[in-house]
Design a protein around this ligand. Structure first.
Ligand SMILES: Cc1ncc(COP(=O)(O)O)c(C=O)c1O
Length: 466
């Protein structure tokens, strides 16, 4: 664990340099004061600083301390500079890579809640149905049988008109967002993004070199006056929106704002990239129709992941958009991977249209709602506040202002508990009093134990402040 700790400290400093929070020439905290602040041994901090020095991101000035190097490029801290020097790293996947007994950072569904038996036994059936599935390349746009089915499904379920030619199958919505960003956004372009938001989407746009503008999202939805002002003044290339049971907040943009938002996109010629990963995970009423169902002139690009509640391992998502954008996406997709594996698409289709899916999803909603309630009951404390979500996988919780987020994360990781700090969900990196706790990955018992541990750590940090 100690070995991990010095790497974590080094990585946190590297992240700050990358984000521009620490600038060339800035002095790092003294070894002593940082060790005290983090509650670790001085040698651990010393080792982290030495590693950064060795990598060329900090320098030592005799009798003065450690400084960020003048020529420290934002990417100096990467382990394999030759391989990854042009890739902006994913902060979320870094947190996920750290092992924790209490994983509240993963917004994925506990595999025990997914129909593993059924999917594996139906795999044999699918292979019998399509004996040449291994011997055939998938079409770049995706399997036509699946696109036909989805075209029908989108119309039936969400009044969304999309012909099979207007649907592309991607290997997960993460790939879809990246694909769309590559096609539409160039370095220096302005992108409007909600705040807070899905942190891997921030990473995609940063990676491409976009300038990010932010639109506030609250439990009441967007501020359309603010959005119109930003669209009018900056003419962003696109607006990334996750309007239904949003990650990380769980908020849903109300029906009455949806059409107005599409009207604004049309008025200012902005693409609306709607990321709809959680639509089917609702606890009471069905959510409002997607923004894209109000689209008349082709300003919406709809991305629908099926990872969350069917089979994350299959990596299936659909992108819906009009011509000529579809042709551009197809060109980019063929450069990327020449098409999503056919076997995955057939396995997905077989399950997606089965009666079994409906039974599964109803049970899943109940199981997730119970987990959410267990987390809320365990969290109950005057100092913690959140808006109870009516769908999705996360609680977005405000912790007391006096708590230092880096310290809270380090302390939780030391106690084998992980969560997502609000700062990485904020394009401005300022939401430092918020945490995202996912209730979907741990069972009820683990949720109770983990949240007790989380509150104990908060209490300990609170006492130190007083
Ligand atoms: C809002 C949002 N979009 C996209 C994704 C990526 O999903 P996929 O597994 O389809 O790549 C996630 C995953 O957590 C998400 O929360």
């Amino acid at each position: 664990m100690k070995d991990h700790l010095f790497r974590q400290i080094g990585q946190t400093i590297t992240n700050r340099i990358e984000r521009g929070e620490l600038k060339p020439g800035d002095k790092l905290p003294s070894v002593r004061s940082l060790a005290l602040e983090l509650g670790v041994h001085r040698l651990t901090v010393f080792k982290a600083y030495q590693q950064l020095k060795h990598r060329g991101s900090v320098t030592v000035v005799d009798k003065s301390g450690y400084y960020v190097k003048e020529d420290a490029s934002p990417l100096v801290g990467l382990d394999y500079p030759v391989v990854s020097s042009y890739v902006h790293k994913s902060h979320l996947s870094e947190i996920h890579r750290i092992h924790a007994d209490y994983q509240f950072s993963q917004a994925v569904i506990d595999p025990d809640l997914l129909p593993n038996q059924y999917t594996s036994s139906s795999a044999k059936h699918v292979l019998d149905l399509y004996p040449k599935v291994f011997s055939t390349y998938a079409a770049v746009q995706g399997d036509s049988e699946l696109r036909d089915y989805l075209s029908h499904y989108f119309y039936q379920n969400q009044k969304q008109l999309a012909s099979p030619e207007e649907i592309l199958i991607a290997s997960g919505s993460q790939q879809a967002i990246d694909l769309i960003a590559r096609v539409l956004v160039r370095r220096g372009d302005t992108v409007l993004i909600e705040r807070p938001t899905y942190s891997a989407a921030i990473d995609v746009f940063h990676n491409i070199g976009a300038r990010l503008l932010t639109a506030d999202l609250t439990a009441e939805g967007y501020n359309l006056v603010q959005i119109e002002k930003l669209m009018k003044e900056y003419r962003p290339r696109l607006f990334y929106s996750n309007p239904t049971f949003q990650n990380p907040t769980g908020y849903t943009v109300p029906l009455e704002q949806r059409k107005q938002l599409v009207d604004l996109a049309e008025k200012y010629q902005v693409f609306l990239l709607e990321d709809d990963a959680f639509r089917d995970i609702y606890f009471a009423d069905k959510p409002p129709l997607p923004l894209s169902s109000y689209d008349v002139h082709g300003h919406c690009i709809y991305v629908r992941s099926f990872s969350k509640y069917i089979a994350p391992g299959l990596r299936i998502a659909a992108v819906v958009c009009r011509e000529p954008l579809m042709q551009q996406l197809l060109a980019a997709k063929s450069l990327m991977d020449n098409g999503t594996p056919l076997l995955n698409q057939k396995l997905f289709l077989h399950y997606f249209r089965s009666d079994r899916l409906q039974q599964h999803i109803e049970k899943l909603r109940t199981a997730l709602e119970i987990r959410k309630e267990v987390m809320e009951t365990s969290l109950a404390d005057q100092q913690l506040t959140w808006e109870s979500p009516s769908g999705g996988l996360n609680l977005w919780v405000r912790v007391p202002d006096a708590i230092n987020m880096d310290r809270l994360l380090a302390e939780c990781l030391t106690h084998s508990l992980s969560f997502v700090p609000g700062t990485i969900c904020d394009p401005l990196k300022k939401q430092e009093h918020w945490v995202r706790l996912s209730y979907s990955f741990m069972n009820e018992q683990k949720i109770k134990e983990g949240i007790t541990r989380f509150k104990d750590i908060l209490k300990k940090l609170n006492k130190e402040i007083i």
